[in-house]
Design a protein around this ligand. Structure first.
Ligand SMILES: [Zn+2]
Length: 136
């Protein structure tokens, strides 16, 4: 497994991405909704990878749009560190890859538009695309 690390703006939250593939083989995704665009978030996930979020103070949770997914923020600096979906006790999620030290090594990002999907389609997409998510 490859391990990649990063942190939020103030250092309160450490993020870890563990994957079989090298980070340079991934393309980040920019979501075109207002929430993500305003914050300049780029997402990374892979169903064969794990995202771990380690926060010194508990992560802040926010919902927006269709309110199905939960955005996870640093409670201190308000950086969005990732987004998750809790399903039958298993959490899946996507990482704000801009926080990783190795961000520069990713392929050029692509723009995606999940807001055009229906509720069922969204959940199906997350199950296919997102990583296992662990928040501590
Ligand atoms: Zn922070």
């Amino acid at each position: 497994m490859h391990q990649y690390f990063g942190k939020c703006g103030c250092g309160n939250v450490v993020v870890q991405f563990s994957s079989r593939k090298e980070i340079s083989s991934y393309t980040s995704r920019k979501c075109d909704c207002d929430y993500c665009m305003q914050r300049g978030i780029e997402y990374l996930s892979d169903p064969h990878s794990q995202i771990t979020l380690i926060a010194k103070t508990p992560l802040k949770q926010e919902k927006q749009g269709s309110e199905q997914a939960t955005f996870l923020l640093c409670a201190k600096c308000q950086t969005v560190v990732g987004v998750g979906y809790l399903n039958e006790g298993v959490s899946v999620g996507s990482l704000n890859v801009r926080l990783l030290d190795e961000f520069d090594h990713l392929q050029k990002s692509v723009v995606v538009s999940p807001k055009t999907l229906g509720k069922t389609q969204k959940v199906r997409r997350w199950r296919e695309l997102w990583s296992q998510l662990f928040a501590k």
